[in-house]
Structure formats: structure tokens, C-alpha cells
Design a protein around this ligand. Structure first.
Ligand code: GLU
Ligand code: ZN
Length: 498
């Protein structure tokens, strides 16, 4: 079991995604845990953009990252747009820093030029495998003589900058997984800078963690194998005066598993943060659910805000077992969050979806607002996501000339329904007290008693005629909201053939 951190000095954690593709839930889980740890400890949450891979990074993805964190309310203390003492926070703006550090590492003997071509490496790797040796870089260029280097240079050979791993095992006390050891032969010398001068993640990530004085690195378990390299690089950085001599503590968050017992992939549809936003998951709900992927509040509490999470967040409660991503559970928590909203809050959250569906303008009219305030609570119990409000409420908002009955439910309005609808119209025409209870009572008397119909048989055609669907908010409340003339018009239309 991991130990609790008692760190001297203020906590500084970072979230440092690469801006490639769309934000996904795994990355947001990492952001959330770092944010909660920073907030719990009164530390600093640093947001850094690891965009040194110009072939894969995009501005669109960068914007999506910022937009997503803002939507989720994961505020950062240092980073893009907010600045900070250790900036710039986009690695593409820090290239001279990496060039300087790379030079100092080489000057200090911690890294060397490796002239092996990829074909040569491949041949030696195969050979090592066939001889049962560990197939990593074999150290060929570690101790090249000056003449050898000159000869390679004269040949015009390309080279990379390789880090010289100390010849010893690496061990650290992981904040989540406890003691971890990597044997020396499993951590070969590795590339820091490409032949074309591009610095790699292996260099820029620990260099920035050092320069930005990061104290705790909390990240996914998939990065576990890079940790011994980073610890070694840190030691070198300390010797050349780049780090302050403190190596951060590392904590590796458990894998998130998808369907069929395999890791959730960026490509799985339920991975996409955008999908949740567009479908109408509340940011509060999504964070609440992601918090449960590897952490628990205690006392079986499964419904909480990110502030409550931050107040309670300790690394002791981070579990090292893989967590299963369960969309059903996520959706059910979303429903709980939706039901926790006050009517006017619900209306506020629903409006963007109604606007996107062109049911209302950006600025709803006073009349539409009045409808929504009464109608939203009627559907609140049933909403699994905010997007569903569009189908559930459209019949209240569309102009009568655009109202259509859902094709799938048209059959309900067949010849059998005609007498029921006619009887309903007759009694409603005379109804002066247009309120839910009075409407209900009048229709019950006319249809259930008058025509001796079962309530379901009596009211289903009416529901389809008025709301356009078999499944709708409560019928009589809906009729009150719609008003008498609209209801009569819809009945006429249904009697006339739907
Ligand atoms: N940019 C890296 C990634 O997105 C960061 C990994 C880390 O947290 O060290 O995978
Ligand atoms: Zn080499």
C-alpha cells in the first residue's frame, strides 16, 4: 500500500498532454487527480502543453484542450493564458531551453552522439533476440574514440543524442504502487534528441518537470517504464544545475479498462470527451464518474462534487487495480446530477441544446422561458442526458404549423382512435377552466366513463395527437402548458388524419 506524502515545501503538480486528436476521458482522469491533489494540499496545478511533435500536434487540438478544462472547471494556476513564473508553458516555445540542456548533458558526459543507423540497430536487435539477450540499445557508441567520431562525421553520418543510463538498477517508492524496481538491463540508453535536432518527450518532459519545480508526477500506468529513465535523467540534470536536486515523487494511476477486458482506447467512442459534452452530460457528473476510476471517497459515497473530492483527496485512497469504465454507471450518475438541479438551473443547462436543435433562438422569448420553467421539472426525473430534452420538449416549442407526429407513432392515430379523439375534442371545447386537474377530470369522465375505455386505451391516442409521441412528459400538465387553442388544433389535425 502506498504511503501518504508528507512533503516539505509546497506541492506542484502538472497536467501535460500533447495536443493530438480529441481530449479523451483517460487524460481527463489524470488532470482531475492532479487538480484534486493540488487543491487538497493548497499546492499549484501547472498546465503544460507538450507540443514538440509538429507532425502530430495541432492548434485545433490545443484549443480543444483548453476549452475542455474550462468546461469542466478544472482551473489551472500556471499555464497557457494564465502565465506563471516558469513559463512559457507550451513546449514549442521552449526549444532553445532544450537545446541548451542537451548541450550541457553532452558536455557533462551524460549523453553522447550515437551514429548507428536504424538498419544497423535493427540487425543488432534481431541478433540479440536470437541469442536470448535483452534487445535494447547495446551501447555501441558509448565510448567511441575521437578518431571514430571524426570518421563518422566525415562520412556525413546522421546522429542522435543518446542518454547514458547509469549501470545500476532503479528503484523508487511509487505513491500508488509502492516499491518498484527496474533492473539495469531493462533500461538501455535512450534517445533524447533526433537526428534533425528535434528534442523528444524523453528529454523535454523531465527537463520541464525539473525547471518547473514539479514535486509530484501523477500519471497513467502506461508511463511506468519511462520513470527509471526519468529518474536517471533527473540526477544528471541536478549535476549540471538544471534541477534543484529534488527528484519528484511518482505515482502511477491505474489503467482504465473498456469492454471485453482490454484497455480503454482513445478510439473507443465512450472515450471522447466531446461526445459527453454534445450528448448533454454535465461536467460535474463526468468528473464525479471519472473520480471513481481508481479513487474512492470512502463510506461508499459515489455522488460528490469536485470540491468535495478535492477536500477528501489523498493518494492513499488511489487504488492500483485497473478500473473498469462503465458507461451505464456514468450515465446513471449524470441522471443523479440532472435531478439535483433546481428548475431554473435545469432550464439554463437545457437551453443550449434547444438552441442547437433550432427550437429556440439564442435568447429565448419570455413566453418560451415561462414554458421551460414549468416543463423542465416534468421531464427532469426521466432525463439521462440534457440532449434528450430536445425530443421531450419539442412539442411545446414548435410552432403549430411545424408540429408533426413522430412517424413511428402515427399508427396510434388510425381509424380506431377517431371516436376517442372526437369525444375528447367535444368535451375540451366546452372546458373553460384550463388546468391540469380540470382537463384530466373532463377527459376521464368523457372517455373512461363515457366510452368505457381503459385509461391507457383512452389516453394514448390523445397523447400522440398532442405531444407527437407515445412517450412524453405527463399529458395533462403538457396540455395545460400548451393552452387550449393549440391542443384543439392538434386534435383537429389528428382527427383529420394526423
Ligand atoms: N505528454 C505526455 C502524454 O501526454 C505526458 C506524460 C506524462 O505525464 O509524463 O502522454
Ligand atoms: Zn550508436
Amino acid at each position: 500500500m502506498a504511503e501518504q506524502v508528507t512533503s516539505t515545501g509546497a506541492v506542484r503538480v502538472r497536467f501535460c498532454p500533447s495536443p493530438t486528436g480529441n481530449p479523451h476521458v483517460g487524460m481527463i482522469r489524470t488532470a482531475l487527480f492532479n487538480w484534486a491533489f493540488a487543491r487538497h494540499t493548497g499546492g499549484t496545478f501547472v498546465f503544460r502543453i507538450e507540443d514538440t511533435d509538429s507532425a502530430r500536434d495541432s492548434e485545433e487540438s490545443y484549443n480543444a484542450l483548453l476549452d475542455s478544462l474550462r468546461w469542466l472547471g478544472l482551473d489551472w494556476d500556471e499555464g497557457p493564458e494564465v502565465g506563471g513564473d516558469y513559463g512559457p508553458y507550451r513546449q514549442s516555445d521552449r526549444l532553445p531551453v532544450y537545446a541548451e540542456v542537451a548541450k550541457r548533458l553532452r558536455d557533462g558526459g551524460f549523453a553522447y552522439h550515437c551514429y548507428c543507423s536504424s538498419e544497423e540497430l535493427e540487425v543488432r536487435r534481431e541478433l540479440a533476440k536470437s541469442q536470448g539477450r535483452t534487445p535494447g540499445y547495446d551501447g555501441k557508441c558509448r565510448e567511441l574514440s575521437l578518431e571514430q567520431v571524426e570518421a563518422y562525421e566525415d562520412e556525413g553520418r546522421d546522429f542522435v543524442l543518446r542518454f547514458r543510463m547509469p549501470d545500476r538498477d532503479f528503484e523508487w517508492d511509487d505513491l500508488v504502487r509502492g516499491s518498484i524496481t527496474f533492473a539495469a538491463e531493462h533500461v538501455p540508453d535512450y534517445v533524447l534528441v533526433r537526428g534533425n535536432g528535434d528534442p523528444l518527450y524523453t528529454l523535454v518532459n523531465p527537463v520541464d518537470d525539473a525547471l518547473m519545480r514539479i514535486t509530484h508526477v501523477l500519471r497513467g500506468e502506461d508511463l511506468l517504464s519511462s520513470t527509471p529513465r526519468q529518474i536517471a535523467l533527473y540526477e544528471a540534470l541536478s549535476t549540471i544545475g538544471v534541477s534543484d536536486g529534488n527528484t519528484p515523487r511518482f505515482g502511477h494511476l491505474p489503467y482504465v479498462m473498456g469492454e471485453g477486458n482490454r484497455k480503454l482506447s482513445k478510439r473507443d467512442p465512450e472515450s471522447s470527451l466531446l461526445m459527453y459534452r454534445e450528448t448533454g452530460y454535465l461536467p460535474e457528473a463526468l468528473l464525479n464518474y471519472l473520480a471513481l476510476l481508481g479513487w474512492s471517497m470512502g463510506d461508499d459515497q459515489e455522488f460528490f462534487s469536485k470540491e468535495q473530492m478535492a477536500a477528501a483527496f489523498t493518494l492513499e485512497r488511489v487504488n492500483q487495480n485497473p478500473a473498469r469504465f462503465d458507461l451505464k454507471k456514468c450515465t446513471s450518475i449524470n441522471g443523479d446530477w440532472i435531478r439535483s438541479l433546481a428548475p431554473n438551473q435545469l432550464v439554463e443547462r437545457i437551453i443550449p441544446f434547444l438552441v442547437a436543435a433550432k427550437l429556440i433562438q439564442q435568447q429565448p422569448t419570455a413566453e418560451q422561458l415561462a414554458i421551460l420553467v414549468v416543463a423542465a421539472p416534468l421531464i427532469q426525473e426521466r432525463l439521462e442526458n440534457l440532449g434528450q430534452s430536445v425530443d421531450m420538449l419539442s412539442f411545446l416549442l414548435v410552432p403549430q404549423e411545424q408540429f408533426v407526429v413522430d412517424a413511428a407513432d402515427l399508427e396510434v392515430l388510425g381509424a380506431d382512435a377517431a371516436p376517442t379523439l372526437a369525444a375528447a375534442r367535444e368535451v375540451l371545447v366546452d372546458l373553460t377552466n384550463w388546468h391540469t386537474d380540470a382537463i384530466h377530470e373532463a377527459l376521464r369522465a368523457a372517455l373512461v366513463e363515457g366510452l368505457a375505455l381503459k385509461p391507457k386505451v383512452a389516453f394514448t391516442p390523445l397523447r400522440v395527437a398532442i405531444t407527437g409521441r407515445r412517450i412524453s412528459p405527463p399529458l395533462f400538465e403538457s396540455m395545460e402548458i400548451l393552452g387550449k387553442s393549440v391542443c384543439l388544433a392538434r386534435l383537429e389535425r389528428a382527427i383529420g388524419g394526423g
